[in-house]
Design a protein around this ligand. Sequence first.
Ligand code: ADP
Ligand code: MG
Ligand code: ZN
Length: 474
Amino acid sequence: MKYEIVLGLETHVELSTKTKIFCGCTTSFKGEPNTHCCPICIGLPGTMPKLNEEVVNFAIMAGLATNCKIAEFSKMDRKNYVYPDLPKAYQISQHDKPLCYDGSISLSNGRVIGIERIHIEEDAGKLIHQAGKTFVDYNRGGVPLIEIVTRPDFRDVEEAVEYLELLQLNMRYINVSDCKMQEGSLRCDVNVSVRLKGEEKLGTRTEIKNMNSFNNIRKAVNFEKERQIEILENGGKVQQETLRFDVATGVTSPMRSKEDAHDYRYFKEPDLGLIYVERQKVEEIKKSLPELAHNKLLRYVEEFKLPVLDAKLLVEYKAVADYFEKSVENVKDVNSYKNCCNLILSLIFSKFETEAEKENFKILVSEKEMAKLLNLLETKKIRNNMAKKALEEMLETGKKVEEVISFEDLKEITKEELENFCKDAVKNNEKAVKDFLNGKTKAIKALVGHVMKLSKGRADANLAEKILEELINK
Ligand code: ADP
Ligand code: MG
Ligand code: ZN
């Protein structure tokens, strides 16, 4: 392939502050259209916006989580355009002095994606097209957004997808946004250009607006790449323009020719003062940030000796990671970390059907009960099978460890007892014994199962198998 693809992302993340950016209206999405509005957020003349400090704090958190510098002074600007989703005909955004700048996110292949800036702005209303008419809902108008702009540093669409996944994870960890692409709290514009490999100069880019899933990003970028290469191969020039991606046809098509900054006639928002962020405040926010997913992952591998893939699954949802950490708080044995991880990833995860369920991680087994179970495993009072069975029951019923594992269960099984169970198994499973003797070695599992059942899971399966073989081959 003699062409190389270059991508840059502009990502809008909706902040989950309680109130909107310039007024006291709720940011909640539930509720009838046009009920979360006031004269300020529908932009009536004569109203005065007041900047919500929580928005600034959330944006600083996002900036710190992406290694940005935080500007001591920044300001809000008017971006002028006329469209029915914005009744005052300008959006209050940040133009040349964004709140955060010069950050980065590192990818797993070692490449570092530069973040040019993160600025704060207000969202616009929502147009709803229905039965040949267009309605507008201003509930979303004035909901705070941050726009995170990367440098044109991606060389592959999978790098862009990984960046978005990391961004999403980090924003959720620091609790500034739920970042749900399908619900629009994470929206992404993808800038695409191609150039000959080895060429330094960037090619002319097009911008695909409002992508709402990773898969559509993949499809749109691949389509756009082929389209641009074909133009260049035929001696043409790529037009800089804004495109939309049609999911049904898989094709990009022009929305409008690209505006330049001067088309928006940006100027400082006269109704708002400068934003001054004290250095001490930045330090305080920095201190208050939780450990980010990426660092957690490294620590899980290092401290808990978990395999990278397992650790990745645990840190993917903060609630899961929190549960894991609390459960193993007093554990000293490395095997217990692994046991806990296995129980979560196998038994507990299989209870969840949706991503949202994993994210909320509401289960009937407290960390304390999990710790008790791990301790029984660690001290070899119970075996894996029994731990699984017990956990299964606890997850269903919310019972405590001592309610599902009896004193009987904890008694160590004697050699004699085990031999008796094995004899019983051989006696009552003629077919399996025959099969085994005929070379179907797997048939022994049925016998082991019988022993496990009789021993209520206390038996050592490997030892039982050995004894069974001896009995059969006698
Ligand atoms: P605008 O705000 O007009 O869209 P910016 O200069 O802010 O323009 O750039 C927006 C995005 O486009 C950035 O993410 C940047 O990395 C990306 N970009 C700029 N030039 C190119 C290019 N030649 N190829 C791919 N992406 C690009
Ligand atoms: Mg843009
Ligand atoms: Zn309002």
